[in-house]
Write a protein that binds this ligand. Structure first.
Ligand code: NAD
Length: 248
């Protein structure tokens, strides 16, 4: 696989979880990958591993992104986090942080990348959404709100970018084996008053026909395809990778 040789890619939240798998996938396809992450040591370590570059950045600092220009052929908006709480108890500070990281930052990074992509007549934007970009679940109101907003951004970008060879798509995983999910298992056990071991079968995978977590590499493989020239006619789409959860 070397279809992205000579291309530059940026992966937000690229130092951990799904983002690290995506960074490795794109580097494996030949791209020069910038790992953008708040975790500087982890970003540098991965950048060294894949012969890429590290960008230590707190993407909730959206004011710093307003004047940014990005020279990348592939932009992957991946950074995000979950917070489980009923709406009436939801901490407004957490809501604001989520909106900045998962809506405002992707918008501003797309804005920063499009002029370079338009000048070259090609570009790939992949937004890591979620099944929660398409469906809602209780106690995840802010996350569901942010992911639905990301879906809107992705489709609007697809319409504007079409005449310039730029595609924009969402990838919609179910539960993926990452630290984000590990943290949820603890929180779900507490809010459902069950043991952590029961959370996987009885809560997380209760509605999933294929009874296992998605692997980060499986999400990365789909992103690699969407970033490739083969995916030139795929735009404005939302690709589920959820073991059938959204089939119901
Ligand atoms: P993760 O917590 O494992 O990794 C997130 C990465 O983002 C980390 O490297 C972290 O340092 C970085 N990050 C966090 N805050 C940041 C900030 N302010 N600025 C820059 N970087 C920051 O999470 P993950 O599970 O790999 O999730 C990645 C994306 O996939 C998220 O958008 C998430 O919503 C989505 N997703 C995850 C799952 C899942 O089951 N894990 C399912 C569907 C969608």
């Amino acid at each position: 696989m070397s279809d992205l040789t000579g291309r530059r890619a940026l992966v937000t939240g690229g130092a951990g979880g799904i983002g690290a798998a995506i960074a490795r996938e794109l580097a494996g396809r030949g791209a020069l990958v910038t790992v953008a992450d708040i975790d500087e040591p982890a970003a540098k370590e991965l950048a060294d591993e894949i012969d890429g570059e590290a960008w230590a950045v707190d993407l909730t600092d959206v004011a710093a992104l307003a004047e940014l220009t990005l020279e990348v052929d592939v932009l992957v908006n991946n950074a995000g986090f979950q917070h489980v709480s009923a709406i009436e108890e939801f901490d407004p500070v957490v809501l604001h942080r989520m909106l900045m990281l998962m809506v405002e930052a992707p918008f501003l990074l797309v804005r920063a990348a499009l002029p370079y992509m338009y000048a070259r007549g090609r570009g790939r934007i992949v937004n890591i959404s979620s099944v929660h970009g398409l469906r809602a679940s209780p106690n995840k109101a802010a996350y569901v709100t942010c992911k639905h907003a990301l879906e809107g951004l992705s489709k609007a970008t697809a319409l504007e970018g079409a005449a310039h060879g730029v595609t924009s798509n969402c990838v919609n995983p179910g539960y993926v084996r990452t630290p984000l999910v590990d943290a949820q298992i603890t929180a779900q056990a507490r809010s459902n008053d069950i043991a952590e071991a029961e959370v996987l079968d009885e809560v997380l995978l209760a509605g999933t026909p294929i009874k296992r977590l998605v692997e980060p590499e499986e999400v990365a493989s789909l992103v690699g395809h969407l970033a490739s020239d083969d995916a030139a006619m795929i735009t404005g789409s939302s690709s589920t990778i959820d073991g059938g959860w959204t089939a119901r």
